[in-house]
Design a protein around this ligand. Structure first.
Ligand SMILES: O=C(CO)COP(=O)(O)O
Length: 250
């Protein structure tokens, strides 16, 4: 099968104020403006989306939000809806393990968020992944299938990316091996195929996330079922993030 376009997404998490975000994004833009073979997505904190949207007008760099609430509007103090985001960014991260852990997001909440984003034409980067205990007791497959089937339930063929992020690999420097990550990516593709058909599974972008850096990225994307990466820590330094992209650019 022909290799799909590589996607490299940056998740800045709760880092950068507005000035820092503009500075970091500007440095990246300067280095990456010539590269069109990699789909590059930056997911800054909400407060910087508008400014970065202006900065990236007429460039190939895309923007994503890190979260979204599932209702469109109303009395939900502190929340941001897909309706508010849809003219600011093209992507949104949903179901990240940090949100599942710190904000008690269940698969049911994740499903509603996915539905809301898809309805408004924002592409979700849907994160799934097992924790260390589940990994050590060989429950990875079961956890991934459950998160996928619950998260995607009730959705019509969604325009979506799925990121496999084993929790034990996030921010630890203990990246999953490319072979292991590819096995789970392949499971994700098969499960998606069972839900939405083989053709859809064939073109589904599947990313790996968890301690990705410029030294290990090439091995991940050389695997048949991995189409790119969701990068945390290494996306906060322009030089490191740019090196990751340059390693996979044609
Ligand atoms: O959580 C991640 C991206 O969403 C991965 O974070 P690190 O790249 O810092 O391990």
């Amino acid at each position: 099968m022909e290799k799909r376009k590589i996607v490299i997404a940056a998740n800045w998490k709760m880092n950068t104020n507005l000035d820092e975000a503009v500075e970091l994004a500007s440095e990246m833009l300067f280095e990456l403006s010539e590269i069109d073979s990699v789909e590059t997505i930056l997911c800054p904190p909400f407060i910087s989306l508008q400014k970065l949207k202006e900065l990236f007008t007429d460039t190939r760099i895309k923007l994503g939000a890190q979260n979204v609430f599932y209702e469109e509007k109303g009395a939900f103090t502190g929340e941001i809806s897909a309706l508010m985001l849809h003219d600011l960014c093209q992507y949104v991260i949903i179901g990240h393990s940090e949100r599942r852990q710190y904000f008690c997001e269940t698969d049911e909440i994740v499903q509603k968020k996915l539905a809301s984003a898809v309805n408004l034409g924002i592409k979700p980067i849907f994160c799934v992944g097992e924790n260390l205990e589940q990994y050590q007791s060989e429950q990875t497959e079961e956890v991934i299938i459950t998160q996928l089937t619950r998260g995607l339930s009730g959705l019509k063929l969604p325009d979506i990316l799925i990121a496999y992020e084993p929790i034990w690999a996030i921010g630890t420097g203990q990246a999953a091996s490319a072979v292991e990550a590819n096995e789970v990516a392949s499971l994700i593709r098969r499960t998606f195929g069972e839900l939405f058909g083989l053709d859809a599974a064939g073109v589904l972008p599947v990313l790996y996330g968890g301690s990705v850096n410029a030294d290990n990225i090439a091995e991940y994307v050389s695997k048949t079922d991995i189409d790119g990466a969701l990068v945390g820590g290494a996306s906060l330094k322009s030089s490191q993030f740019v090196s990751i992209i340059k390693r996979v650019a044609l």
